[in-house]
Design a protein around this ligand. Structure first.
Ligand SMILES: Nc1ncnc2c1ncn2[C@@H]1O[C@H](COP(=O)(O)OP(=O)(O)OP(=O)(O)O)[C@@H](O)[C@H]1O
Length: 568
């Protein structure tokens, strides 16, 4: 039996033996491995490409040279495009554009091919602050790449969550592509389905394996895209070179008709087995009803052509779809399960944000949001009853006009506008008959034509305050918005980021004000602090005596509002 070695110091002197005891060698106690850092733990399970994202400094710009060279090696832009940008008043590339253009426009320019079946192109995910120029970051590479096309085919598809955004992005493309011969179409359901079909594919008498298109670039909402995929003869995505999903985090969570899976499937060539299986949607018989010839199939679809004898050899290389997926958002999800649904091909991530110290990075867990550097944020905690007063106070003490005011519903939007009008008329007459500040509601209750006209009036500064629901919290670009007021506090950080991002765009300054009811304050602060953003929002206290001058007119306005509602 072994004698258990004892620590000499722990044995009383009377029990210590004079003969040395043979002790077993001591081994170090098992030690705990050092704990991984908080940021390492957070990154576990994330796509490696996301971990290795390219971080781009938001302050980075590159001047667009006007010298006469065909393709400028730095910006990768052709002379025609640089000239056009100059005419549009754009003289430099913003940070997100400085990174995307070289990546998407390879040198020499001849390599910007319309098809790349043997060298699959890498997909791209971009997270960049609101107003940082993401639209041009994809519109410019699309324009430059498609300029080399001879035949019109549907080669770029841009999917956006709302009709308003579709028409905004269309305007950008039309301005940019002027004189370049590229045809741009939209599909949002604003026109009748047959009208849209005519505009997109024309008169399709008989099915063509290669499809048919009257547009090179299609900008659409997912719902109408699905309708065309299912029901428009000869509408095909096989020639797509670019699939852009803008406001990607919102769109990929929209389950509508399983739109994403269906669109992705339509960009992939069917396997030979799928093509021969009469039950498969990709079946040749179903698709082409036995038409014996093909009409310009995309390279990766050529095996479907019945008129082309398919002789397989060991040297055959797999042909890939040439479609490159580009995902954009100011709040792009880092949730691996959601990203997985996109089936990205060797994705490259670009993140535009201030680089921060290692220690700060360490302290950050969870989703990170980067805001425009030119944005100033405030929060005012108040009682529910005081919120209208706070709005009047902001308008008349902090000159909050050219402002978007966000409420939680279309109904509260209408009510607030009525109250504001009653107050404003009384207040303006008190101030010697000056013109009252005009407020209008912008909500889903209005028709398209009404919404368009209201937005135009707001752009022309005939309307000073646009009270709206979250319908326009994403993407809408109105340069003169100086203020954003969250009259009802946003319920999550994403909403907050997109709302406040309607101001401080393209390097301009802007202010965001959040009115937070006392009972919501804890939740709101927690939301900001989880996003490591609490310190960036200044807390403002507004004393009762500052609000007192507005009180009388506010009470009058409330009385008038009550009368209106009791009558209706
Ligand atoms: N290089 C540039 N020079 C000057 N203005 C630019 C440049 N790039 C974009 N802009 C302008 O900046 C504004 C914001 O651009 P854009 O709408 O693309 O932002 P965004 O990043 O998509 O924002 P959001 O996330 O809110 O949709 C637009 O008015 C656009 O014309």
């Amino acid at each position: 039996m072994f004698e258990v070695p004892e620590d000499e110091g722990a044995v009383p002197p009377e029990r210590r033996s004079s003969t040395p005891v043979t002790t077993l060698p001591r081994f170090p106690l098992p030690s705990q491995p050092a704990l991984p850092s908080a940021s390492t733990l957070f990154l576990q399970g994330l796509d490696q490409a996301l971990v290795e994202a390219d971080i781009i400094d938001p302050a980075k710009t590159i001047a667009i040279p006007l010298i006469e060279v065909n393709v400028d090696p730095t910006t990768r832009l052709s002379e025609k495009t640089r000239k056009r940008l100059g005419e549009l008043g754009i003289s430099e590339l913003f940070a997100v554009q400085t990174a995307l253009l070289p990546f998407l426009l390879p040198l020499p320019p001849a390599r910007a091919l319309l098809y790349s079946p043997y060298e699959p192109l890498r997909d791209v995910c971009v997270s960049a602050p609101t107003g940082s120029g993401k639209t041009l970051a994809y519109a410019l590479p699309i324009l430059e790449t498609l300029s080399s096309r001879v035949v019109t085919r549907l080669r770029a598809l841009i999917v956006l969550p709302t009709r308003d955004l579709v028409s905004q992005v269309r305007e950008t493309f039309e301005a940019l592509c002027k004189g370049r011969g590229l045809k741009i179409g939209v599909a949002t359901g604003q026109h009748s389905f047959s009208q849209e079909q005519m505009q997109l594919v024309g008169d399709s008498e008989f099915p063509l394996q290669g499809g048919q298109s009257k547009v090179d670039i299609l900008i659409c909402t997912p719902g109408r895209l699905m309708d065309h995929l299912k029901e428009t003869p000869n509408f095909t995505l096989q020639h797509l070179r670019f699939l852009v999903i803008d406001e990607a985090d919102r769109l990929i969570t929209q389950a509508f008709q399983d739109w994403l899976a269906q669109v992705l499937a339509a960009t992939r060539p069917p396997t030979a087995t799928e093509a021969l299986n009469p039950l498969s949607p990709a079946s040749l018989d179903q698709m082409y009803a036995g038409i014996p010839y093909h009409d310009a199939l995309a390279p990766a679809w050529l095996h479907l052509a019945r008129s082309v004898p398919s002789i397989h050899t060991d040297l055959d290389e797999t042909k890939h779809s040439s479609c490159q997926k580009l995902l954009f958002s100011a709040t792009l999800t880092r949730d691996p399960s959601k990203i997985a649904a996109l089936n990205l091909r060797d994705p490259k991530y670009f993140v535009v944000k201030e680089s921060i110290g290692e220690q700060e990075e360490e302290a950050m867990q969870g989703e990170q949001f980067s805001m425009p550097a030119t944005l100033t944020e405030h929060m005012i905690v108040c009682q529910t009853i005081q919120k209208p007063l706070m709005l009047f106070y902001l308008v008349h003490t902090h000159s909050v006009t050219n402002a978007l005011v966000f409420t939680k519903s279309a109904e509260s939007t209408t009510r607030l506008v009525r109250l504001f009008e009653f107050f404003e008329h009384a207040w303006a007459s008190k101030e010697g008959g000056r013109k009252p500040v005009v407020a209008r509601a912008y909500s889903s209750d209005l028709s398209n034509a009404e919404r368009k006209s209201i937005l135009e009036k707001f752009r022309d500064e005939e309307i000073g305050i646009l009270v709206c629901s979250d319908l326009i919290s994403r993407g809408i670009d109105i340069s003169h918005v100086n203020h954003v007021v969250s009259y009802d506090a946003p319920v999550d950080m994403r909403k907050y980021v997109h709302r406040v991002g309607r101001t401080a765009r393209a390097g301009r300054t802007g202010d965001a004000w959040s009115l937070v009811e006392e009972q919501e304050a804890r939740y709101f602060k927690k939301m900001l602090s989880t996003a490591n953003h609490l310190n960036q929002v200044a807390k403002m206290k507004v004393a009762d005596k500052v609000l007192a001058p507005f009180m009388e007119h506010y009470e009058d306005a409330l009385k008038q509002l009550r009368e209106v509602y009791s009558r209706t």
